[in-house]
Design a binder for this molecule. Structure first.
Ligand SMILES: [Ca+2]
Ligand SMILES: [Ca+2]
Ligand SMILES: [Ca+2]
Ligand SMILES: [Ca+2]
Length: 211
């Protein structure tokens, strides 16, 4: 027996409702999956962004300090320094280096974020710092920001007179240079504000002084 060609031409109301509900369910789970994926992707990107920035900045500091001499202060002792002046040789006078102009590495407040317990520049970090390289200090000064989002204190350190993170330096800031014998230890902590909270990436390396 032949079925009437128009008997099943349309959905019944119940079928349409079920189909509609299924579609909504499918769409919303697709959106959720996409959101979850994007969040994870963003978090990964930001994490590797902080890692890249801390590595680049430390590489640059090491490059500047490789041939450095005339350190001021001489960052020995228990505290090191976050504000270092140094000179680089521009030639040799016999076996003695001819020193170039004074350079400095300094940890400074981010220009738009004064010390007031507020995130004035809206980057998600309160009272954050920048690491600045200055050439020809006191002369024709040229400043370059080597790294932004520098933490106030190195990861694991608290301002209490103790070496809380057990790295041989007390109360070091987010950038620190510490001298032990002929070796300079360079340390840097960079932060990033993510939706899931603030992350910190820290790098430590050393440079043997040649001058
Ligand atoms: Ca800030
Ligand atoms: Ca502030
Ligand atoms: Ca320490
Ligand atoms: Ca401490």
């Amino acid at each position: 027996m032949l079925r009437h060609p128009h008997a099943r031409a349309g959905f019944t109301l119940v079928e349409a409702a079920v189909a509609g509900a299924l579609l909504i369910l499918l769409l919303s789970s697709a959106v959720l999956a996409a959101r979850g994926g994007m969040g994870a992707f963003r978090a990964t990107q930001d994490t590797s962004g902080a890692e890249t920035r801390v590595r680049r900045a430390v590489d640059r500091v090491v490059f500047e300090l490789l041939s450095a001499g005339e350190l001021l202060p001489n960052p020995t002792g228990d505290f090191g320094t976050e504000n270092l002046q140094f000179r680089k040789p521009i030639g040799l006078n016999g076996t003695t280096p001819d020193w170039g102009p004074i350079c400095s590495l300094t940890l400074e407040r981010a220009p738009g974020d004064p010390d007031d317990d507020l995130d004035n520049d809206g980057n998600g970090l309160i009272d954050d710092y920048v690491l600045v390289l200055t050439r020809d200090v006191g002369g024709n000064e040229h400043r370059a920001v080597l790294c932004t989002n520098v933490a106030e204190m190195l990861e694991g350190e608290v301002a209490n007179g103790d070496d809380d993170n057990a790295n041989g330096v007390r109360d070091e800031h987010g950038f620190n240079v510490h001298r032990v014998g002929d070796v300079l230890f360079v340390r840097l902590s960079v932060q990033e504000a993510l939706e899931t909270g603030t992350i910190t990436r820290t790098l430590e390396t050393s440079v043997r002084l040649r001058n």
